[in-house]
Design a protein around this ligand. Structure first.
Ligand code: NDP
Length: 333
């Protein structure tokens, strides 16, 4: 068996040197335990926070201990009556080829109903983040304007599509022309902006949001958000989902720099964690699955192959290598 451990804590941008591969023995499962072979491993921006030794809503990864996150795998040995060999499961598991875990740590997923990778993307925490953040905090109404940053990423893409389903005018912000084109041509966004090449973000946004901004779903923070927040309509709603533009800064968080903007617009800004909605996950997953099966929701994933490439895939999130959800395929079922 093999695992990836946190070798050191990053200063600023994480690097390969922060991770080490180790060969380990796999103990036979005890009563109640199962052995899960990793098929897909999820890499996520929030893991950057866990690499630091700061108190947050999830515990920091421990130095020289295995890194962990969302994994979809297959049960290859079972000492638990509820799980059979061959069952496909999701769990927050170690970055290992095989994890030996108590059954409480995993739940079954249905590989017939959807591709297994979808349980780490649109039908998993990613889709649920978009669903609850947009619908419970953003509350877009038909005809309103929704702007989403990080729009071609995993969460942002689902946000924009759900906003379209709600009948909103949707504008995305992303980091390449290819992404911008994809959002408009493949996902039906009304327009999108490449924040890396646009001359003047503020005036570009004004052109694309002639009626102002009613909902700003923020995945990135920083200067992008400064520009969007200048266009808020009265009583706009701002779900604060992520601030990836600040995650690797060594001089502290950039924002949100909003005080007068919020006073003038009387807008509401609310941070949230997807786990806040844990007791409603089945409701969210049901809607997401329905939209997916009806073709109203497109699931986009960037899948790299090989356990050796997990750190690379993670690091690529910070340079925008991914279109949609970034996953690593570790093994075939
Ligand atoms: P993404 O798939 O969106 O991947 C990250 C993307 O962020 C990249 O593709 C890149 O796209 C963009 N990006 C990277 N650096 C910057 C930067 N400096 N400025 C602007 N954009 C940047 O990841 P997720 O969809 O998984 O996560 C999106 C956000 O949501 C993150 O901030 C994450 O932490 C947060 N999140 C929050 C949750 C919660 O419960 N609150 C749950 C899940 C995610 P580009 O090419 O456009 O730059």
């Amino acid at each position: 068996n093999e695992q990836i451990v946190l070798a050191s804590r990053p200063e600023g941008m994480p690097t390969h040197q922060n991770f080490t591969y180790e060969t380990i023995d796999t103990k036979p499962p005890q009563q109640g335990e199962v052995v899960v072979k990793s098929l897909y491993i999820s890499v996520d921006p929030y893991m950057r926070g866990r690499m630091s030794d700061q108190k947050s809503y999830v515990e920091p990864f421990q130095l020289n201990q295995v890194v962990s996150g969302g994994v979809v795998g297959e049960v290859v040995e079972s000492q638990n009556d509820s799980f059979n060999v061959g069952d496909k499961v999701f769990g927050m598991l170690g970055w290992r080829r095989f994890n030996v875990v108590p059954a409480e740590q995993i739940r079954k997923v249905d590989g017939e109903a959807a591709p297994l990778s979808a349980y780490l993307s649109v039908l998993g925490l990613t889709g649920l983040t978009a669903y609850f953040g947009l619908l419970n905090i953003g509350k877009p109404k038909e005809g309103e304007t929704v702007v989403v940053s990080g729009a071609a990423g995993a969460v942002g893409m689902v946000v924009g599509q759900i906003a379209k389903i709600q009948g909103a005018h949707v504008v995305g912000i992303a980091g390449t022309d290819k992404k911008v084109q994809y959002l408009v041509e493949e996902l039906g966004f009304d327009s999108a902006i490449n924040y890396k090449t646009v001359d003047n973000m503020q005036s570009a946004l004004e052109g694309l949001c002639p009626n102002g901004v009613d909902v700003y779903f923020d995945n990135v923070g920083g200067e992008i958000s400064d520009a969007v927040l200048n266009l808020l309509n009265p009583f706009a709603r701002i779900p604060l989902c992520g601030a990836i533009s600040s995650y690797n800064r060594t001089d502290g968080d950039l924002g949100p720099r909003v005080q007068t903007k919020l006073i003038k617009s009387r807008a509401g800004i609310q941070g949230f964690i997807v786990g806040d909605y844990a007791d409603r996950f089945s409701e969210g997953a049901k809607h997401l699955a329905k939209w997916l099966s009806e073709g109203k929701l497109v699931n986009e994933e960037t899948i790299v192959e090989g356990f050796d490439n997990v750190p690379d895939a993670f690091l690529g999130l910070f340079s925008g290598e991914n279109l949609g959800k970034q996953l690593v395929k570790v093994a075939d079922p």
